[in-house]
Design a protein around this ligand. Sequence first.
Ligand code: AMP
Length: 305
Amino acid sequence: MSLVVVGSVAYDGVETPHGRVERMLGGAATYISLAASFFTRPRLVGIVGEDFADEDTQLLLKHGVDLEGLERVPGKTFFWAGKYSEDMNDRETLQTDLNVFADFDPKIPSSYRAARYLLLGNIQPALQRSVRAQMNGLRLAGGDTMNYWIKDFREELLETIAQWDFLLINDGEARMLSGESNLRKAAGAILEMGPHTLVIKRGEHGAMLFRRDSFFIVPGYLLEDVFDPTGAGDCFAGGFIGYLAEQGFDLEAGHISRGDLSRAVIYGSVMGSFCCERFGVERFRTLTRSEIDARFEEFRKFTSF
Ligand code: AMP
């Protein structure tokens, strides 16, 4: 079942206590697509400049990511640089050069429009809404956002997420969006805004899934070494939607059980954890589906009692 992924394709400069990389492939849509590619065939909608390297195009193609929706225009690719704290739970943005991303106006190729699944990465809410409107036949649509849009584009964001099936955000953003400091209350308030499924990501502490009548909580996978958390939230999203697309689930029609959604949260957590094992997208060069499934089983073991 095909999945359309929309968002940034970037070059990142990242510094963590384990080292520093000046420039490497990144961007939310890149991480989401690579993670989802282990489950389904992602179709990427994004924009890059003339400096986008052939080897990076090849990496995406090798993972079966369809690039018909990746626009190439004169100018430079979006560049982002960040530095992580000693425990890697905080990061500081050092540089954001929007470059060609500043004029991103996502155009969905006609071959993508009938896709059943849509994952909207963190971009301006009005653009997310325009993408949603260009699709026909969606079974499941949702995405991510960030504090900047919650604070300064609140009305636009509320109109956008009112049409989503699911929202994936971190705990701080859930508190900001709802105005509630208690996460359970925050989740209840957000589920009144439109999405019938909410995933709150909590970094190394795991994730929580909320629906009106139930919730599911999973701890984070305890890695011995976290090299670089960049993209972990996006990889979570890619694993979550990738698994649901692979299974052909249809939340609206009710063809989905609590167990199915819980497994999607576990696959999301598994993909986020693999992402942190190496810098940037490196881990995806060698990762296999059997390693993913083995870690999924590990989750089952360490959460059963
Ligand atoms: P995450 O660690 O999951 O929050 O994702 C980090 C990725 O998001 C990096 O690869 C960045 O290139 C990308 N990114 C950083 N800032 C922005 C932004 N303002 N808009 C879109 N993507 C961004």
